[in-house]
Design a protein around this ligand. Sequence first.
Ligand SMILES: [Zn+2]
Length: 274
Amino acid sequence: MQDHLPVPDEPTVCRDTGWPCHDTCDVRHFELVRQCDVRGLLHCHTSYDGGVHGLREISETAIALGLEYLGITDRIRPGLHGEGLSPAAVARQREEIEAINAGNPDFRLLHGAEIETAADGSLPVDETTLSKFDYVVATLATDHGQDPETLTRRAVRALMNPYVSILGHPFGDYMTMPGEMPLDLETVLQAAAQARIAIEIDAIPVHREPDWRNCVRAQELGVQLVIASDAHRAARLGDYRHGAELTRHAGLCCRQILNTQGIDELLGFFRRSD
Ligand SMILES: [Zn+2]
């Protein structure tokens, strides 16, 4: 392990965000995560998918917050019917993202997708469509009344999908949920470590008294975690600051949080999990 940088006793004001922090942000060092360590966000929705703001508006907010990148993860329509983007809308969104990136050399908009897994853990979207995204967040928003063993198998199958880079909700909740788990989270975390898949933590936990043991276990196993605000309006992007404080309280280190990495390291992680 590398040596720690000297950390001042009292927090100073972060040069980037104006928030109190220790002025030694450096992901190469094993230090508790701080607000100013978060360099981008990887889960938000736009007006393409029921969100309040369009791509340009939400990008401007991300830039104003000092973020270096923002991943758009609107939901993809499985088949001909249902909610989410159609293939034509995905193509339009890609064009708009490329145009915004062309006008902002110091900021990167990423074209991600949020996809709800089928009951068996497969993704109900064809491979041609999946391959067009920079990354995919797989979710299990509906448990289909599955028992813990079936749900665990489903989650493991989802994260073993070569197109998936991040396991999203409800694992954000499960990661901080007190009490009995609806699935075998230890098995899921071990599979995520093996497959090099990141797991989301909610920036605003839904549990009054979050239990951080699963986050600490993920860190022990080397599973990358993502502070995710799942913003459906631009102003909610700022929730990541709260998420950083929470994960710091949990004892999570900067290097274990995927979105403390710069854009090149991040894209390298996505390619590795391809
Ligand atoms: Zn979402």
